[in-house]
Design a protein. Sequence first.
Length: 326
Amino acid sequence: MAAKRAERLVNLVIALLSTRQYVTAARIRSTVPGYEPDDGTDRADEAFKRMFERDKAELREMGVPLETGRTSAFDTEDGYRIARADYELPEIELTGEEAAAVGLALRLWESAQLAAAAQSALVKLRAAGIDVDAGGGIPLQPRLDAGEPAFEPVYAAARDRRALTFDYQRPDEDAPRRRRVQPWGVIAWHGRWYLGGLDLDREQPRMFRLSRVVGTPRASGPSGAFEPPADLDLGAMVASQVGGQEQVVVVRARPGTAVGLRRWATPLGTTEDGTEDRLELRTSGGWGLADQLAAHGADVVVESPAEMRDAVIARLTRLAAMGAPA
């Protein structure tokens, strides 16, 4: 669709939504930008009629409820309007957990690849009357973010289905090694981002931690060069290849807080005084959970194990030192 025609259709929709009365074709012609002006000639009249008929048909094909009728018995010709009740989206209703998840996603999606979609979602939700706090909590970003330098090129290559080449530094190797991969997707696992794909040299599915990618990954070849397996489960893939020994962590959380943690935690009831909730968390992602717990500040306190409690305290201590006046 040409840009001018698209703009005209948008103007027409706005005009017909802004009134409850039926608007005549002549009125539409004089008020909606983009239509042939009335210069008194038959040529201009015919051009307007053809254009307006095409636009009405286009709107109806798109599902816009364009109505034809007359506002009163004294009207001499039909007019047009859009039934607002039939055109508008129904009320958007989110639970507290769902709204919190959206707020967290807005904080996580800070890369150029995802920021526009996140901002668009925020605008639409606020327009629907839903208050999503995208900046709540203490000023500490969770480790689960798109701050990895390799995130954007890896995400783009997986989205476009293009082969990817990068240098990868394993902790048990002295130097990085070149990897050639068909990127199937990226996934967050216990506070870290991973790339899942087919290692072309080893001819095996592999997971790659983005923080171990050295330099900037390079995509090559045409888009749509491959398709991931139909039964692909990145969650199961990262759990089987990355997950280590499982650790059980028990925390206390203030009521109404730590919604993200509660989604995958096992409730253990309340504390003896009934002021806090006790939650059991299971993780095999090393100390990534400590970063997530520290991000909740005073809302979450680790009961056990002592090593996890000490790790969270150390992170909060460093944060306090960073914010202390010089």
